[in-house]
Ligand binder design. Structure first.
Ligand SMILES: *[C@@H]1O[C@H](CO)[C@@H](O)[C@H](O)[C@H]1NC(C)=O
Length: 225
């Protein structure tokens, strides 16, 4: 009965193969996300959401296997909105990291500073990174490489570990060589500012992440439809 047992083996491996293919397909489907939909019920980020759509950066982000978006609330998006179209796309793309990060994951990194690839890394390896740095007090900052890290991580807006996260930062992060017209009187050198005036109460970044993960595990549903 050698023949039939090898037939059985062949059938069994065919079944295993089919299961593997199905598993791969469904995990690909699960990884799908829609960043605009994730921002849809967050009116505070309407302007940034519009910019993501207008520049088609949202479409590019949705194609990624994993992504982390750094967003600013409407009152801080004015400078971005004023950028000419050719500068707007790179500026918005600079806010999309091509891996999943949340404060816990950032905190777990061995180094306190790292250059994290953005969507721009597809076209420019050197320009396509943001500098992430954790300060002595544990607060997390982002900035263009070579420029001071001035955009402080404020909170997790939405997250679906470990495929996509959206985090609020305290100011836009522009690629090196691009700058916004800054209102007079605010033309600081962009140092890491200790002042948290005007910001929401600063929770520990890891606490925010734990909270966001909890929410995500309850609310998480694959982008259906
Ligand atoms: C990243 O930012 C930190 C803090 O501002 C700075 O010390 C470091 O030199 C920066 N790294 C790069 C590559 O720009």
């Amino acid at each position: 009965m050698r023949g039939s047992s090898s037939l059985q083996t062949a059938m069994a491996s065919k079944i295993v193969l089919t299961l593997l293919v199905l598993a791969a397909a469904s995990s690909a489907a699960l990884a799908a996300f829609d960043v605009i939909q994730m921002l849809a019920d967050k009116p505070k980020y309407t302007a940034f959401s519009k910019l993501l759509q207008q520049t088609k950066v949202a479409d590019e982000a949705n194609q990624l296997r994993a992504a982390s978006l750094l967003v600013v609330p409407d009152k801080l998006a004015k400078g971005l909105e004023a950028l000419p179209a050719d500068k707007l796309r790179p500026a918005i793309a600079n806010h999309v990291l091509v891996s999943y990060f949340d404060p816990i994951k950032l905190d777990e990194m061995k180094t306190r500073t790292a250059l994290l690839p953005t969507l721009l890394s597809n076209t420019d390896k050197k320009l396509g990174v943001v500098n992430y740095t954790r300060a002595d007090d544990g607060q997390m900052y982002f900035g263009a490489p070579g420029a001071p890290c001035a955009a402080k991580l404020i909170k997790v807006v939405a997250a679906r570990p470990y495929s996509v996260s959206i985090m609020e930062v305290s100011e836009p992060i522009l690629p090196a060589g691009l700058s916004l017209v800054v209102a007079p009187g605010r033309r600081g050198k962009g140092k890491v500012k200790p002042s948290t005036a005007g910001l929401e109460e600063s929770k520990k970044p890891t606490a925010m992440a734990a909270e966001a993960r909890e929410k995500a595990s309850v609310a998480s549903s694959p982008a259906s439809s």
